[in-house]
Ligand binder design. Structure first.
Ligand SMILES: *Cc1c(COP(=O)(O)O)cnc(C)c1O
Length: 368
């Protein structure tokens, strides 16, 4: 039995008619850039989150960059973020001219350790970008309090956490603005690149739209220089067809994760992921910690089971950030976990039989 890390085809087949119709409609209406399908998706996504505005953009990386730029962050500023994330979170900080400041992760939940944030706040700090990594909410209530106390902007990177909940509230609704990716493998995925920003702030909404569209709200009327970052009509129409299913897909992922946890909890060489109290974890990634991680990964691969590592190098230890001078003692948990974490196959359509197969192979690896 071959078990892929993700199976995007399975989801397409389950919605084939809706997706094919959506694509055909865009072509028939030649609504390729801007147009009614984009508008419809922006309205639907904002409504689903209970927020005033959604701005579709080209990808989740641009979403962060646009927010940072329009909050006025740049040269001489510092932005606090987390040591374990995808590089989009920190490269966009640098691209504005500001300096990323990395905070170590929590032992149990892989997210920014809120106990360590206040020590890193300086007169230059302008914002905090927590990431709800793997689909597990960060301690967003504490982070929000810190932002209020120190007059900082709060930007939530929700690229991995579409409709995850903290205390019954969607993450992405706590900050000044929140950013999403619709990269095909994300919980809500397009058929190419895509992203969005949500906010309740009317002025920010207008600034984000302006900047993403060459600095113009009206054609040929450029108030500032901007960039070209648009969610195209095809992607918007596909996302519109998929949006009604996101809660079912998230629940299916959670059930799959609970089954993995149940089957693997007694394997003493493993630490299965914990779910924070009062949270809905949406398991974009099912990441456990494993002894002999690399050997286990190779063994699973030989047995037709694809796995991944999120991420093999924590951000502060990447060559790109050597100039900042971090060493492993600065972020000891992230430094330790990068050698232990392993992500198992995870997608809504994963069957019980497939999960049992993966768990059996893991157990047979450790019994040898
Ligand atoms: C995927 C991802 C992004 C970037 O999204 P793209 O659409 O690929 O640009 C940003 N942050 C995190 C945490 C991500 O996982």
């Amino acid at each position: 039995m071959f078990i892929p890390f993700v199976d995007l085809k399975a989801q397409y087949l389950s919605l084939k008619n809706d997706i094919d119709t959506a694509i055909n409609n865009v072509i028939n209406d030649t609504a390729f850039v801007g147009g009614k399908y984009l508008k419809e998706f922006e309205e639907n996504f904002a409504r689903a989150y209970g927020v005033k505005h959604c701005i579709g953009v080209a990808n989740g990386t641009d979403a962060i960059y646009i927010v940072l730029k329009m909050l006025g962050i740049g040269q001489g500023d510092e932005v606090i973020t987390v040591a374990n994330s995808w590089i989009s979170t920190s490269e966009t900080i640098s691209q504005t001219g500001a300096k990323p400041v990395f905070i170590d992760i929590e032992k149990d939940y892989f997210n920014i350790n809120t106990d360590l944030i206040e020590d890193k706040i300086t007169a230059r700090t302008k914002a905090i970008i927590p990431v709800h990594l793997y689909g597990q909410p960060a301690r967003i209530d504490i982070i929000k309090d810190l932002c209020q106390k120190h007059h900082l902007f709060l930007i939530e990177d929700c690229a991995q956490s579409h409709f995850a909940e903290y205390d019954g509230k969607f993450v992405g609704t706590f900050g000044h603005a929140s950013t999403f990716s619709f990269y095909p493998g994300k919980n809500l995925g397009a058929y190419g690149d895509g992203g969005a920003i949500i906010t309740n702030d009317d002025i920010l909404d207008e600034k984000f739209r302006l900047y993403a569209n060459h600095g113009a709200l009206k054609k040929h009327h450029h108030l500032i220089e901007g960039i070209n970052s648009r969610l195209d009509g095809l992607q918007a129409a596909i996302l519109n067809a998929k949006l009604p299913h996101i809660h079912n897909w998230n629940s299916a992922r959670l059930n799959n994760a609970l089954l993995y946890n149940e089957l693997l909890k007694d394997v003493k060489q493993l630490q299965v992921p914990k779910i924070r109290n009062n949270c809905k974890h949406i398991f974009h990634v099912y990441s456990l910690r494993a002894e002999h991680r690399n050997e286990l990964m190779a063994y699973l691969n030989e047995n037709d089971i694809q796995t991944a590592i999120h991420y093999p190098n924590a951000l502060p230890f990447m060559p790109a950030y050597a100039y900042l001078g971090y060493n492993e003692n600065d972020c000891p948990v992230a430094a330790d976990y990068q050698h232990k974490i392993l992500s198992l196959p995870m997608y809504p359509e994963l069957s019980r039989e497939q999960i049992l197969f993966v768990a059996d192979k893991i157990k047979s690896f450790y019994s040898n």
